[in-house]
Design a protein around this ligand. Structure first.
Ligand SMILES: CC(C)(COP(=O)(O)OP(=O)(O)OC[C@H]1O[C@@H](n2cnc3c(N)ncnc32)[C@H](O)[C@@H]1OP(=O)(O)O)[C@@H](O)C(=O)NCCC(=O)NCCS
Length: 160
């Protein structure tokens, strides 16, 4: 059985991440383009992590600090469908939580996305509110948060 490795993205991962992003989150307003992704891997404002499995990038997640807020946003958690159900989404999310520099992690999820909701619930996220009609197709977004407590800054992630 191959091992999944979760690690910061490198410039060479960007094409695979963009392919996954565009397949899994088509039309997402927070989508990265190539320059933004390359800038991101330099760890200035955002943190991009990838899951490597059998030598390929099969998942990714993006952390972002927006403005002066108590939370860090987890913008995407995505795993290629062929590799779903192997625990990779859980490892990606847990790794991200370890690196969140602010006291709260926040993310949005569709009420219809049962696998993602189950994953976040298992990792201790709680629903804080609903954003009505948040997605481009009109579906509401559940706003989930996880309280992490005071953090030691493990890596630089300054606000926008
Ligand atoms: C949601 C997603 C990230 C889960 O990744 P994954 O690698 O398949 O999930 P894991 O194998 O790590 O499973 C972790 C937990 O998620 C939940 N889960 C995963 N797949 C599930 C499914 N098909 N049905 C119900 N729960 C599921 C379970 O709670 C599971 O824990 P358990 O196996 O101990 O019960 C993945 O399906 C994905 O990328 N989906 C498309 C993009 C997306 O919707 N991302 C979330 C945006 S908010």
């Amino acid at each position: 059985m191959s091992e999944t490795i979760i690690r910061p993205a490198e410039p060479g991962d960007v094409p695979a991440v963009l392919r996954l992003q565009n397949d899994l989150f088509p039309g997402d307003p927070n989508a990265l383009d190539e320059p933004a992704a390359l800038e991101t891997v330099e760890f200035r404002k955002k943190m991009l992590f990838v899951a490597g499995f059998e030598g390929q990038v099969v998942g990714f997640t993006l952390l972002k600090n927006r403005g002066v807020r108590p939370w860090t946003g987890i913008d995407f958690v995505g795993v290629a469908p062929a590799f779903a159900g192997l625990g990779i989404g859980r490892q990606l999310t847990a790794f991200s939580l370890f690196h969140v520099p602010r006291p709260i992690a926040r993310l949005f999820v569709r009420p219809s996305n049962a696998p993602a909701r189950a994953l976040y619930k298992r990792l201790g996220f709680r629903q804080s509110s609903i954003r009505v009609g948040s997605y481009e197709d009109g579906e509401d977004a559940l706003v989930l948060m996880k309280w992490l407590g005071p953090r030691f800054l493990r890596s630089p992630l300054p606000p926008d």
